[in-house]
Write a new protein. Structure first.
Length: 377
């Protein structure tokens, strides 16, 4: 807890000094412990604090008792989420126990944060996900008047991507984003769709021609997989073409797409019962001539849906949370990310995240293991 409190103490308190009955680190410390133990809102945070006051006083300075639910609500509404985001980054750095090979960047809607009265649309949190570590490296809220494309450069600048493969869906398939990834020392695999109409059309026509001519005079690498996933038979065929082998055919493209070295075609066939569906997707990649590595990067990118987004919705009920005032949705999301990282790093309990949250609420000794996991690496 002391390691966590040191990061909370560095944050700028948004409140007027004369109104501060409770310190900001104490408020955030109680909130984090409460969320780890199953709390989903301000009233539950206050109730948790009152129930566990004696235990919390071992770590926190609480001369005026436990903050009220209104205090939690006001602080989370006014605290700058980008400052709290620095705590997420700092805590995650303490949890990382090796070099990360791939970072998936993807956005998640906080569906309960919409407000029909003000016509405010749901907030989007853009997350950087360490695929092998299974940790949230960093998160930024997407400006409600903007879109994810403008938030990606900010998120990339916050994290160390040197030596990593960065994967993004079609939203992030932008020349400026590709250039930034290369400039920061990383590689990229970018999903290519209709938002880049010209190069998407060219890539589709190129691969169609190659398949029709059975790859005549077109060097390529192919990797096939046949697996069972959740009762479905899934066949994947990945073709990777190195631009250097095309004898100048695509020489003008890397001038615009900095670092581009290969074109990728991924064909997926899913069979469940008697129903079969097929899908073809295209990618731009700075990786060269390694179809298994490219396919692995694509597959790991979608792991963010199951390992992060799904867990937040099922284990933390994030989609059903109706907190929506000012910065509160983003800040509470960041606290959930810190809690998830701590729960995931704690290894003595082999159950899922939801069971771990329940156990932490029942057993103070286990909660201590969870919050101190960042000091055990």
């Amino acid at each position: 807890m002391l390691a966590l409190l040191s990061h909370f103490s560095a944050l700028e308190d948004p409140r007027v000094p004369r109104t501060r009955l409770h310190s900001l680190p104490s408020i955030l410390g109680i909130a984090l412990c409460a969320v780890i133990c199953g709390a989903e809102g301000w009233v539950e945070m206050e109730s948790y604090g009152n129930a566990k006051r004696e235990w919390l006083e071992q770590w926190l300075d609480l001369p005026n008792g436990i903050p009220s639910h209104d205090t939690f609500a006001r602080v989370f509404a006014h605290l700058d989420p980008r400052t709290l985001g620095t705590c997420l980054q700092a805590v995650t750095q303490l949890l990382v126990d090796g070099l990360e090979k791939q970072i998936a960047i993807d956005g998640k809607y906080l569906r309960g944060s919409f407000d029909t009265a003000t016509e405010r649309r749901p907030l989007v949190m853009l997350n950087a996900w360490a695929s092998s570590q299974r940790l949230v490296l960093a998160s930024v809220p997407v400006d409600l008047k903007s879109n994810e494309i403008k938030a990606v450069p900010e998120l990339l600048a916050m994290i160390e991507i040197s030596g990593c493969v960065v994967t993004l869906d079609a939203m992030g398939c932008q020349t400026a984003i590709a250039s930034q990834i290369i400039a920061q020392g990383g590689d990229y695999v970018l999903a290519l769709k209709g938002n880049q109409e010209s190069i998407h059309t060219d890539a589709a026509l190129f691969f169609d021609h190659a398949l029709q001519t059975q790859w005549e005079e077109i060097p390529h690498l192919e990797h096939n997989e046949d697996t069972l996933e959740r009762g479905r038979r899934v066949k994947k065929r990945c073709h990777v073409v190195d631009l250097a082998d095309l004898k100048g055919l695509w020489d003008d493209v890397p001038k615009k797409w900095i670092g581009l070295r290969s074109l990728v075609r991924l064909e997926s066939e899913r069979t469940q019962g008697e129903k079969t569906t097929k899908e073809v997707r295209y990618y731009l990649s700075s990786l060269s001539g390694d179809s298994p590595k490219v396919l692995r990067a694509i597959r790991r990118h979608w792991g963010v849906e199951n390992s992060l987004h799904w867990v937040l919705d099922v284990a933390f009920d994030e989609d059903d949370c109706r907190i929506r005032k000012d910065h509160a949705p983003a800040n509470l999301s960041l606290i959930r990310h810190i809690a998830l990282n701590l729960l995931r790093r704690e290894k003595t309990c082999k159950n899922g995240i939801k069971v771990k949250r329940t156990k932490a609420g029942w057993d103070d000794k286990y909660l201590r293991k969870v919050i101190e996991s960042c000091s055990q690496i």
